[in-house]
Design a protein. Structure first.
Length: 198
C-alpha cells in the first residue's frame, strides 16, 4: 500500500520530533550537568553526529522510495536536508563558541592548520549552498544547474564521515559505523556519482 499525502504530512511531523527532541535533551543535559568532564567536546560530538544522521537519512530517502515503491517519500528529503544543515550549523557554532571563544581569527588559522577542520567547513559550505537553494523558486531559477549543484551532497557525504573519523583521537566503532553507512549509500548511486564527477 502506497503512502498518501496525509500520511506523508504525519511523517514530516515525526521528522520534526526526531530533530527537536535531541536538542531538548542536549539543553537539559547541559542544565543538569549530565555531560562528562569535557562538556564542550560532548556538545560538539553530539551536534556533529546528529548532522551526520540527518545527512545519511537524506541520502536514504531516494533508494527507499524506489525500492519500497513509495514515490511520495521524496517529499521528506528537503526537510531532512534542512535539519542536517541546522545540526551542522549548531556543530560549527558549538566549536566556534566553546572551543575558540568566538575568536574568528583563530578559527581561520585552525581551518587552515587542521585538515579535518578543512573537510568539516567544506562540508558545511556545501550544505549551506544546498539549504539556500532548497526552495522551488531557486529550483526554477537555476534550471538544470539546480540538480548539478545538489549532487554536491555526495561530496558532503564523503567529507563529513572522514572529518568525524579524523577528529577523534582514538579510533572507535561509532565513526566507523557512520563511514560504512555513507559508503553503502554512496555505492548504491555509483553510476550517478561517476557520471556527475565526469
Amino acid at each position: 500500500m502506497r503512502l498518501n499525502p496525509r500520511q506523508i504530512l504525519w511523517l514530516k511531523g515525526v521528522i520534526w520530533l526526531l530533530a527537536l527532541l535531541p536538542l531538548c535533551w542536549l539543553i537539559l543535559a547541559v542544565n543538569q550537568n549530565w555531560l562528562s568532564a569535557d562538556p564542550a567536546k560532548d556538545i560538539q560530538h553530539f551536534t556533529g553526529r546528529m548532522a551526520l544522521k540527518f545527512l545519511l537519512a537524506t541520502l536514504l530517502v531516494t533508494p527507499l522510495a524506489r525500492y519500497a515503491k513509495q514515490p511520495l517519500l521524496i517529499r521528506c528529503r528537503r526537510l531532512l536536508g534542512l535539519w542536517c544543515f541546522a545540526w551542522a550549523t549548531l556543530h560549527l557554532i558549538s566549536y566556534t563558541v566553546l572551543e575558540l571563544g568566538l575568536d574568528f581569527t583563530l578559527l581561520g588559522s585552525e581551518l587552515i592548520k587542521r585538515p579535518y577542520l578543512t573537510l568539516g567547513i567544506t562540508s558545511w559550505l556545501i550544505l549551506l549552498a544546498l539549504a539556500a537553494t532548497s526552495t522551488r523558486w531557486a529550483q526554477q531559477k537555476l534550471g538544470t544547474g539546480w540538480q548539478k549543484l545538489h549532487n554536491f551532497v555526495y561530496l558532503a557525504a564523503i567529507l563529513a564521515p572522514i572529518h568525524y573519523l579524523w577528529s577523534v583521537k582514538s579510533l572507535s566503532p561509532l565513526p566507523v559505523f557512520y563511514a560504512i553507512g555513507a559508503t553503502i549509500l554512496l555505492a548504491s548511486r555509483y553510476r550517478k556519482i561517476r557520471q556527475w564527477w565526469r
